[in-house]
Ligand binder design. Structure first.
Ligand code: FAD
Length: 361
């Protein structure tokens, strides 16, 4: 089958790899030109790690195993210390590893999807790109992220929820992650204040950090870059020494503001022969660290379903894409609910706080 994937990040690349394993004729269309930039790091769950292996990619030595989760209240005391099974990885490492396993000529960079050309039944015949490229396919997959244009143009559904938390994300690079942080996910929360900081080693010499906050109470997080940096450098003095050292030791030019959001689950993730996967289909709040894992699982699911159904014709295609939603919705619903519960807890003005490990199975 000819399959055109729009968006060449985790979801798009993993889906392309899985579909190529089944012999499909796959192309990926990514609006960014050149190598992936932006984005810092991710926490991979064990199931995401297994999924990556299933599509033939080994990032083992380039990820940092995380075995312990420590959550502190402000500067102390520890309110949760439990074993944890995950791995930190730099986003660029993951995207590079996935793209380097694609068949040559699969990935087309610098092409921004604009719209579909449809037939009289509303089936997409071709995807149209800003640079004039027109791509015909039997199946189109929108993997173009939270603010998906494919979704807006072709696969209606619930709107994005309003942004209620934002994250400032950065990376500290050094010779070596300090011994005290190796294998450790560290979070410090100020209950009732709507602000928390997390540290995740993402390789042997880099630590990703994020400041998660309620922008209603911390509008400084939304200030212009220079003022935002100044606020951050004064704010970190109130945090444990390891946080202050990590953030002050970072190149703050790469500071990234992330407006986290989610979306009610739609009944289905497709219309006609256009399917959504990854954040385009089901953006999840960051509290559960499941964006990447869910994208990888989508890739495996659609590959397995097409193997079983081998759709020929519009009805068979529709059945196969319905099956995708039937399989994926229950898992995603659990993650969506857990993320919302954790966000509510985080935003509550009360100082009573029930910490949870910020990874959902
Ligand atoms: C710049 C960036 C930084 C991120 N940083 C982090 C992070 O530090 N930690 C973390 O946990 N998660 C991060 N994420 C999110 C994480 O990558 C996703 O939650 C998860 O991997 C699922 O990915 P996805 O492929 O569905 O969506 P995304 O990773 O958002 O990828 C969507 C892709 O589609 C492309 N695209 C969008 N519109 C079009 C268009 N019209 N035509 C063609 N291509 C298009 C985008 O350029 C992008 O490459 C980041 C995402 C991005 C885009």
């Amino acid at each position: 089958m000819r399959i055109a994937i729009i968006g060449g990040s985790t979801a798009g690349l993993a889906t392309a790899l899985r579909l190529q394993l089944s012999g499909h004729d796959v192309s990926v269309w990514e609006r960014r030109a050149g190598a992936p930039t932006g984005g810092l790091g991710l926490l991979l769950t064990p199931s995401a790690g297994r999924g990556i292996e299933r599509i033939g990619v080994d990032i083992g030595a380039r990820a940092h195993p995380i075995e312990q989760c420590e959550i502190l209240e402000g500067n102390g005391p520890t309110i949760l210390s439990v074993p944890m099974e995950a791995a930190g990885v730099e986003r660029e490492v993951l995207v590079d590893a996935l793209s380097s396993h694609l068949q040559p000529g699969t990935l087309h960079s610098g092409s921004s999807f604009v719209d579909f050309e449809t037939d009289e039944r509303g089936h997409a015949r071709a995807a149209l790109f800003g640079d004039g490229t027109r791509v015909e396919a039997d199946l189109f997959i929108g993997a173009d992220g939270v603010r998906s244009r494919v979704r807006r143009r072709h696969v209606p559904g619930p709107p994005l929820a309003p942004v209620r938390t934002v994250e400032l994300v950065g990376m500290c690079r050094g010779d070596r992650v300090p011994e005290s942080m190796r294998g450790r996910f560290f979070k410090s929360i100020r209950p009732g204040e709507g602000i928390a900081v997390g540290l995740v080693p993402a390789s042997d010499n880099s630590v990703i950090w994020y400041v998660q906050c309620d922008p209603g109470r911390w509008p400084q997080a939304l200030l212009a870059m220079e003022e935002r940096r100044r606020w951050l450098l004064s704010e970190v003095r109130r945090w444990p020494a390891v946080v202050e050292e990590t953030i002050c030791g970072s190149d703050l030019a790469g500071l990234h503001l992330w407006r986290t959001t989610d979306r009610d689950l739609p009944a289905g993730f497709h219309r006609t022969n256009v399917l959504l996967v990854g954040d385009a289909a089901h953006p999840l709040l960051t509290f559960t660290s499941q964006g990447t894992g869910s994208a990888i699982e989508d890739a495996l699911a659609i590959g397995d379903i097409l193997d079983d159904h081998g759709p020929a014709g519009a009805d068979a295609m529709d059945r196969a894409l319905r099956e995708f939603a039937r399989l994926r919705r229950p898992v995603l619903r659990r993650r969506l609910q857990m993320g919302r519960r954790m966000q509510r807890e985080f935003l509550r003005p009360s100082r009573r706080f029930m910490p949870e490990v910020p990874v959902c199975a």
